[in-house]
Design a protein around this ligand. Structure first.
Ligand code: BGC
Length: 243
């Protein structure tokens, strides 16, 4: 196993790093470019080219993206340009870079990394991994096996999608304090627990690096752990998927 380029698409920036896939670490640092607007497939491929050019050669490319992904195609566009729907992104990347490429949901990517190398390592039973960012992403694991493409951030809560109530973006936009946001996340987690009875929940996304500030406001039945790989879980998982 070698080094793959892992890419994580976010609402404000696209981040990448070279990942040693056998050990699950980023080699050197991460690089980022602002997310293009509009973020059409063509503009994003150009952004990835700029990221790839800043790093040593990678064997393969993995791209985690906020969409349902079936057979390399984006199927939904909740917080992204609608031009992605139906695009065969796997093939687009393979043609653009002449290397093997994997395209997958961003929360599935973060979940794969956390289960293999992070907070879920060695944990059996039902583990729910969530990413809190622009939206809320979900990745359920049963005895370490992922059920891909779940969209639990779109569970209906308070008359809309749960992610419009409890995402990290909502916290920033409404300038919610940790207690207030923690109460919203707890309400969301209570719904998840009522439906799935997880043994563990893992909270990923940039906000997980502030876990110490809001952990005391989370009221759940199952334990909640922050991402052990921090904000880099998505990059690492995308690279793992390209192996
Ligand atoms: C998308 C998911 C994605 C999540 C986190 C949601 O809006 O529908 O596919 O995983 O945001 O980015």
């Amino acid at each position: 196993m070698g080094v793959n380029l892992g890419i994580d698409f976010g609402g404000s920036s696209i981040k990448a790093g070279l990942v040693d896939v056998a050990h699950g670490h980023i080699v050197g640092g991460t690089v980022a470019v602002p997310t293009p607007h509009p973020s059409t497939p063509h503009a994003v491929v150009e952004a990835i080219r700029a990221l790839d050019a800043q790093l040593p050669h990678a064997d393969a490319i993995g791209f985690g993206f906020p969409s349902v992904v079936k057979a390399g195609r984006a199927c939904t566009a909740a917080n992204i340009d609608a031009a992605w729907i139906g695009t065969d992104v796997g093939s687009l990347l393979r043609e653009a870079f002449g290397r093997p490429a994997a395209f997958l949901n961003d929360a599935d990517a973060a979940g794969l990394a956390e289960m293999r190398f992070g907070a879920g390592r060695g944990v059996s039973g039902t583990v729910l991994v969530f990413t809190f960012g622009t939206g809320i992403g979900s990745a359920p694991f049963i005895d370490g096996r992922l059920l891909p493409n779940t969209e639990f951030g779109h569970l209906e809560m308070r008359g809309g999608s749960a992610e419009l109530w409890a995402s990290a973006r909502v916290r920033t936009e409404l300038a919610l304090g940790w207690a207030e946001w923690g109460a919203r996340v707890s309400e969301y987690f209570a719904q998840m627990e009522r439906l799935f009875w997880p043994d563990l929940m893992i909270l990923c996304g940039g906000v997980s690096t502030h876990f110490d500030q809001f952990a005391r406001y989370l009221e759940t039945r199952a334990p909640v752990r922050p991402a052990a790989l921090g904000a880099e879980a998505g990059i690492i998982g995308a690279a793992l998927a390209a192996t």
